[in-house]
Design a protein around this ligand. Structure first.
Ligand code: ZN
Length: 409
């Protein structure tokens, strides 16, 4: 069985569901295109000799039963939905790569010891309705009816109505599967790191934690002509000092710490008045909770210091504080070894700066991810692309990982 041609055939077929003339896909949860895609995937699973089954809400699995430990399941897949005018790889690649890998393993090695299952999650992006991770949250009984029973899409179609029209409904059972021994998700990087460093595989060690602040500084608005420099309480000057100082510190601490001052509002925001008040945002992310916490303390200390030195009042509001999600160390090692075997040193152990279904899974089952490069780092865009040889390498590494997990004692 040839991995590349099998993948290309499947990719062409499924890109047809919601495929756009100019390229890319729009395939929103419970739309006709989504429905056609999941029904075709069910048919494809059956043709490949997998036991296909939907859960109540539309997550789909294709199962190859294990010979020795059928009650232990190795799960692999991603989400089937896309953003509006998204690419053909975000989500879809994770499902099709999993299917090709399982098909390849079955052809080469026959029945696994543990059960192998390909997973298509109903929804991750939150693109049609204001709700994200509907698929993975339902997998672990985390989504509630009250989360979605009042929401509608941009055209006013209610979530419930769209779901029922697709033939699905709310989750009926509160039971959560306890047979999952591992979840592995392959995904495009959606960033430029792998491409820039000329790597083929990203071995994901975790999904970054993030903190977001809104900061307000109050100085004094005054005449731009009659107020000498020594008598000013200029909040833009204070802001600049904070930005340059903390950016320098972030660089010193080094990767993968990122720091962004993305939004500012000035009062009065006019050409001939010393700016008396500023409100700005701070977004910082890191994979290590301690480093992130320590840096957050530095941020607060610096703001206080600069505000006091400039006779300003300050307000610091930390309104988002999400912990990093670490991937399972043992599976990360297996992925790293498989990457080494397939691409030598052309791999990089790295955190994911974006959110993925794996962050939900990691809270309940041993979970890990791998990335393939994105050309130009472009994603959530019809131009989203990855070199075919990189996609194939990704599938080969995934196959080796699944072999370790499902075929070995
Ligand atoms: Zn995705």
């Amino acid at each position: 069985m040839d991995i590349q041609s099998t993948f290309e055939m499947l990719d062409k077929k499924f890109t047809g569901f919601g495929g756009l003339e100019q390229g890319g896909i729009t395939r929103l949860l419970y739309s006709q295109e989504w429905n056609d895609a999941v029904r075709e995937l069910e048919k494809t699973f059956k043709e490949e000799g997998l036991e296909a089954s939907f859960d109540d809400i539309g997550n789909l699995t294709g199962r190859l039963v294990g010979s020795k430990y059928p009650e232990e399941t190795i799960l692999t897949g991603s989400h089937i939905d896309t953003v509006v005018e998204g690419g053909h790889l975000d989500g879809q690649f994770g499902i099709l790569a999993a299917l090709v890998a399982v098909k390849y393993l079955k052809a080469k090695h026959g029945q696994p010891l543990r059960s192998l299952e390909v997973l298509s999650l109903a929804e991750e992006e939150g693109s049609r309705f204001p709700y994200t991770f509907w698929g993975s949250k339902n997998f672990f009984n985390l989504a509630k009816k009250s989360d979605v029973d009042t929401i509608a899409d941009a055209e006013g179609i209610k979530f419930e109505d769209a779901m029922r029209k697709s033939g699905f409904d709310y989750r009926k059972t509160t039971d959560v599967r306890n047979d999952i021994k591992a979840f592995v998700e392959i995904h495009i990087e959606q960033g430029k790191v792998l491409e820039t460093e000329n790597k083929t595989i990203g071995v994901v060690n975790g999904i970054v934690g993030q903190k977001r602040f809104t900061i307000n500084l109050k100085g004094e608005a005054n005449h731009a002509g009659t107020t000498p420099m020594s008598l000013r309480r200029d909040t833009v000057v204070a802001y600049s000092e904070i930005v340059s100082n903390l950016t320098k510190r972030a660089r010193e601490i080094g990767e993968p710490l990122v720091l962004t001052f993305g939004h500012i509002t000035l009062v009065p925001n006019t050409v001939n008045v010393v700016p008396g008040e500023i409100t700005f945002s701070v977004d910082c992310r890191h994979i290590d909770q301690q480093i992130l916490n320590d840096f957050a303390v530095e941020i607060e200390d610096k703001i206080k210091l600069v505000a006091e030195a400039n006779s300003m009042t300050y307000d610091i509001n930390l309104w988002m504080d999400e912990a990093p999600t670490l991937m399972d160390k043992k599976i990360v090692q297996i992925i790293e070894q498989a990457a080494k075997n397939n691409v030598g040193n052309q791999y990089k152990v790295m955190p994911s700066g974006a959110g993925h279904d794996s962050q939900i899974f990691a809270q309940y089952v041993p979970t890990a991810m791998l990335f393939v490069p994105s050309i130009g780092g472009i994603s959530h865009n019809i131009s989203e692309e990855t070199k075919i040889e990189d996609l194939v390498k990704g599938i080969e590494v995934l196959s080796d990982v699944l072999y370790e997990l499902a075929y070995k004692e």
